[in-house]
Design a protein around this ligand. Sequence first.
Ligand code: HPA
Length: 273
Amino acid sequence: MMNILEQLRETTSYIQKLYPHTPEVGIILGSGLGNLTAEIQVEKEIEYKDIPHFPQSTVEGHQGKLILGELNGKRVAAMAGRFHYYEGYSAEQVVYPVRALKFLGIKNLLVSNAAGGVNPSFRIGDLMIIRDHISLVTVNPLLGKNYEELGPRFPDMSEPYKKELIEKVKKVADKLQIPVKEGVYFGVTGPTFETRAEYKMIHILGADAVGMSTVQEVITAVHMGLPVVAISVITDLGIRDDDNVITHDEVLHEAKLAEPKLTAIFKNLVAEL
Ligand code: HPA
């Protein structure tokens, strides 16, 4: 069986044959947040199912293709659709595309996701720059044999989201007059939304939002020394007096409504990188 390095080399050479350029920025778009791809002057689209060693996307709201092209004058590689642990992939499969993007040559990674708010000051539709995360209840994607070619055995996690990039996001958002919050993202496996008691616990533990993606991807990027910035769209409020339920349809609906703000920020941000 091929080891991960050999697989990554095969993946990269397949993509490079179809697209002989080096993308500078990698972008991973969350549930209902795929519209940024409409702003890309597409040079090449490759379906995940055609890319050697790529897992495949099965979730509603995820398109499942790699989009290569120019966004605001920068060459980007955007994942329309990501892989989640709750779909049944291993943690290593979930993060495989992040490694592939790094092998393709990206210098920065932009990530978005839909998340549930647990900070009482948050409202549905808010954007939250992720300042830090709590990954302790998700499976660490670096468990198992470490390949020094990818990164160190014991990576430092004191700045998982690059401060310099966070400052750039704030500057861009300010220029666009888009309010942004900042906070801690709590990673869970899903697929259940949290119980009322769990949302409260997550807040007590120091988080502002909770979601089913991102942390494994970010750990992998940090392992490889790849700078990351991530933004959550708050699609539902976990801590609430209402006796409402939380549904995936609602999450997708609210993500779509807030999406233009996120697209404007990412589009302007790439020009600053
Ligand atoms: N919990 C977990 N994941 C989510 C949520 C939530 O409330 N909203 C969107 N993704």
